[in-house]
Design a protein around this ligand. Structure first.
Ligand code: SF4
Length: 213
């Protein structure tokens, strides 16, 4: 995390929020986390990305989308959308890893509703500080949380609300790692993000101008 310039109050407020998230005990996921994963990127930022929650690698490092699925998504954003992931504010619906014991191994699991509800105020505050002009919604949990709709209904479309909020939902990269068909679909959806950005060049350009936190 870089220290934001003093005049960037939004970035400073985001740093304070990271501290709150690191200390949070509002749902049971705090008991098993190694690190909370609040998010990272420019603040404010024209492009925000919201996923489900941290996996094992994110829990280990404290950074979002750095495991196998995250690496795939970052690569696709670069190659298919021409979008530098470093110029995107990246976070998740929940900030602590959700996992279950399966055949003696701890594996990632979708975050329970109680965790999603307890964590929601953090995401709302992040949206207020980041003030995105468009939000990339990654996977079914984020789609349900932000759009109230299953990802299968909206993936690859532009969702615009009457108040001007814009969302670009896509499949989760973890699904693409399990199925060639989902990989083709995700690649196509990320290309669609690139096309939207090409039609809104000021968004792509301005995202790189802000302090990262
Ligand atoms: Fe707090 Fe969210 Fe972590 Fe639950 S998942 S402990 S609400 S930061």
């Amino acid at each position: 995390m870089q220290v934001p310039p003093l005049e960037n109050r939004d970035a400073a407020a985001m740093c304070d929020l990271y501290g709150e998230i690191a200390r949070c005990t509002a749902c049971p996921l705090f008991r098993t986390r190694t690190n909370a994963v609040p998010g990272e990127g420019p603040v404010p930022c024209d492009v925000m990305l919201v996923g489900e929650g941290p996996g094992v690698e994110e829990d280990r490092t404290g950074r979002p989308f750095v495991g196998k699925a995250g690496h795939l998504l970052r690569t696709l954003l670069r190659e298919e959308a021409g979008l530098d992931p470093e110029a995107v504010y990246i976070t998740n619906v929940v900030k602590c890893r959700s996992s279950v014991l399966q055949n003696g191994r701890t594996v990632d699991a979708p975050p329970p509703l109680s965790a999603r509800q307890a964590c929601e105020p953090f995401l709302t505050l992040q949206q207020m500080l980041v003030r995105p002009r468009v939000t990339i919604v990654v996977g079914s949990v984020a789609s349900r949380q932000l759009l109230g709709r299953p990802i299968g209904e909206v993936a690859g479309t532009l969702v615009v609300y009457p108040d001007g909020r814009k969302y670009l939902p896509i499949l989760h990269p973890a699904a693409a790692l399990r199925s060639d068909e989902a990989m083709d679909d995700l690649r196509c959806q990320v290309r669609g993000i690139g096309m939207w950005l090409d039609n809104n060049p000021d968004v792509r350009r301005r995202a790189e101008d802000y302090a990262r936190v």
